[in-house]
Design a protein around this ligand. Structure first.
Ligand code: ACO
Length: 427
């Protein structure tokens, strides 16, 4: 999408013309590739100002708090669509017709079971292992189970792997939970929708089948939608980076799961609840906020702030609404929700947060909903990974289906200059 505009860079009297490219939305980008031929690298730690790829999947305007998937606002998708439909949209670029959606959902349902041998893989883990550790290993191991579809240059193989990953994620996630509590694994039920089937595998036992509450299934579906994609975030960029080496999709998604795990990214939902637990009661909120603002203290207000959003995360608004719906439907009065609301109220008025444009992100309320559904804290990031899977795959697919290069950033080297080795007895 090269435009007619050019940026000019002058270094030591040498002029370099850099083409400016425009997308359909968002800031123009300066194409800096030509600086390499002139003997320079660009420097942008954390890639805060660097577009690493061209993409047609998701658009974010962080200042306005806008999130669009294939052009559709997240608020509309979260309240009017279903996760299955959003998966189709992310993967295919357009909303499905009724028959396309049915066919897609049936295809996903046909792949919900995992290879029976996979359960022995779980049994190698300690029961108290963090479910993210188990999930990372099991997803990576899928490439050892489904090697009939690993030719990444074959679009049909890529599609089968995409369907397998989306279909098996809930089964694998629920198995992580069942293993951790020592209960038997529960097989999927293909007569249930995606979210209901996940809750069935989480909470049914061989001796008592859980009847899934439709309000909770809807909330679960919405949580999946709200996590489905978020353009070039750390985990998605990791998936693309791993994919650029032509690694198989299961290995790439396992890499994404590892990147998601950190508390600055997907691990924040778990960290929010831990933080609320540590604060304990509403009368201690102000003291906590004081610690957050103290630069000599490393405490952060978890669930607040975002690399891209300098406004309300649009997902947080829907999440808060869903939180109210779930707690009302279950008749739960959760003091942690009150605590979260007090924290939010204070932070939104406080100059520390206002001046730094720190607003609640998607994770601020998701933990409270998950807790109300009965999902343990250690599973929160696993659920994020499950929801993010179609986004990761859509980005991986988009990259592989178009010309790409192995990702290889450069560096500003500040280490020792060349020196001669000195033998240990002479040092
Ligand atoms: N609590 C207190 N201060 C914060 C917070 C926070 N949650 N987030 C940012 N700040 C402060 C920083 O200390 C910095 O202050 P300074 O300018 O005085 O040094 C300023 O705000 C800017 O922060 P950066 O670190 O530059 O922001 P960045 O964009 O790099 O970080 C991040 C974004 C990692 C999400 C950060 O806001 C954070 O750690 N938040 C808490 C964890 C969290 O909720 N993560 C989930 C993100 S959403 C997701 O992954 C789905």
């Amino acid at each position: 999408m090269s435009g007619s505009k050019t940026a000019t860079l002058t270094i030591d009297g040498q002029t370099i013309n850099l083409p400016i490219q425009s997308g359909t939305l968002g800031p123009d980008v300066i194409d800096v590739k030509d600086v390499l031929a002139k003997g320079y690298f660009t420097f942008d730690p954390g890639f805060v100002a660097t577009a690493s790829c061209e993409s047609k999947i998701t658009y974010i305007d962080g200042d306005q708090g806008i999130l669009l998937h294939r052009g559709y606002p997240i608020e509309q998708l979260a309240t009017q669509s279903s996760y299955a439909e959003v998966c189709y949209l992310l993967l295919n670029g357009e909303l499905p017709s009724a028959s396309q959606l049915q066919e897609f959902s049936e295809r996903v349902s046909n792949h919900t079971m995992v290879h029976e041998q996979l359960q022995f893989f779980y049994r190698g883990f300690r029961r108290d292992a963090h479910p993210m550790a188990v999930m990372c290993g099991v997803i990576g191991a899928l490439s050892a189970f489904y090697h009939d579809s690993l030719d990444i240059k074959n679009p049909e193989h890529r599609n089968i792997s995409a369907i397998r990953l989306i279909a098996k994620m809930p089964t694998i996630a629920a198995m992580c939970y069942k293993y951790s509590v020592g209960q038997p694994f529960i097989y999927p039920r293909n007569d249930l929708d995606y979210a209901s089937n996940f809750l069935h595998m989480m909470f049914s036992t061989p001796c008592a089948e859980t009847e899934v509450n439709p309000v909770l299934a809807r909330a679960m579906d919405r949580i999946f939608i709200l996590h489905a994609d978020h353009e070039q975030n750390a985990s998605t960029s990791t998936v693309r980076m791993a994919g650029s080496t032509d690694a198989n999709p299961f290995a790439c998604i396992a890499a994404g799961i590892a990147a998601l795990w950190g508390p600055s990214h997907g691990g924040a939902n778990e960290a929010v609840l831990r933080m609320l637990g540590e604060i304990g009661s509403a009368d201690r909120v102000e003291d906590f906020v004081r610690r957050v603002k103290d630069k000599s203290d490393s405490t952060k207000l978890m669930g607040f702030g975002h690399r891209v959003y300098k406004n309300f995360d649009p997902r947080a608004k829907v999440m808060k609404q869903t939180c109210d719906e779930v707690l009302n439907a279950l008749g739960i009065h959760d003091p942690q929700l009150e605590l979260a609301m007090k924290l939010e109220e204070i932070a939104l008025k406080d100059d520390y947060f206002v001046s730094r444009k720190l607003y609640p992100n998607v994770d601020f309320y998701s933990g409270i909903i998950l807790k109300a559904i009965g999902i343990p804290m250690s599973m929160f990031t696993v659920i994020f990974a499950l929801g993010r899977t179609p986004g990761w795959i859509a980005h991986w697919q988009e990259m592989i289906a178009n010309p790409y290069k192995i990702a290889r950033p450069r560096q500003l080297y500040t280490g020792a200059t060349q020196r001669d080795y000195v033998r240990v007895d002479q040092r």
